[in-house]
Write a protein that binds this ligand. Sequence first.
Ligand code: FAD
Ligand code: FES
Length: 226
Amino acid sequence: MVWVPGVDEVPMSLSSISVDGVSSITVADVGEATKMLHQKKVGEVVGVRGPYGNGFALTGGNVMIVGGGTGLTPLVPLAENLVKLSSKIVFMVGAKTRDDIFFLDRIGTVVPEVVVTTEDGSYGLKGIVTELAEQILEKQKFDMIYACGPEQMMFKMFLLAKRLNTPFQASLERYIRCGIGICGSCCMGEYRICRDGPVFSGEQLGKVRNEFGLFKREVDGSKVNF
Ligand SMILES: Cc1cc2nc3c(=O)[nH]c(=O)nc-3n(C[C@H](O)[C@H](O)[C@H](O)COP(=O)(O)OP(=O)(O)OC[C@H]3O[C@@H](n4cnc5c(N)ncnc54)[C@H](O)[C@@H]3O)c2cc1C
Ligand code: FES
């Protein structure tokens, strides 16, 4: 949880994780708190509490990673850790346009097989990342699919993984306030995203099919459809 004094406290993934204590976050400028973070100068103060919740469980074998938007943030350190375990990693990056893609050079240094799709065709292959992922998954057997990005994308990957009987993990976003399982603002069915997640397995997501991919709750608790 990153606190911007006088503004807000917002949840962020770690985009690099280092044992010597130097880690990083990567922030999209989308609203009040994130705009203020973008305007911070070296030496100005922000608060950090955590880390909270879980992370991706690492597996060996053949893995596919599918990310879009700021969802790429936790997937890059994931790939960097999987390299030591996995025999094959296919990293699929989906974006609307070239301007929405970042970390490609970092991904490219650890993963030889990177597939980029843009909806407008301005970079990589033109199309929707889930459709291309489906084509690859139909031809090759994978031992795990990891996903993070827009919920509709993760939902499509969840359905695909289920149909192909492939294990699945996704990192979800909900409105996070306390971050420690007390306030209930991040509830999804029986889960609290901050405490039980944000990473959930395909089996867990199957138990919340009446919420996952359909709606989330705003700060006042009202439902917003995806
Ligand atoms: C587990 C998790 C990891 C995240 N990791 C990253 C990351 O690595 N990089 C990144 O740029 N963004 C990340 N986000 C999203 C980020 O938290 C929101 O973009 C940020 O909170 C927006 O705050 P704001 O004040 O700038 O925008 P606002 O104007 O307040 O809102 C803009 C959007 O952000 C959502 N939002 C606002 N406050 C929260 C909150 N407390 N919890 C969840 N969503 C909120 C709103 O629903 C709205 O859709 C993550 C979110 C979660 C839940
Ligand atoms: S944010 Fe309070 S319970 Fe999850």
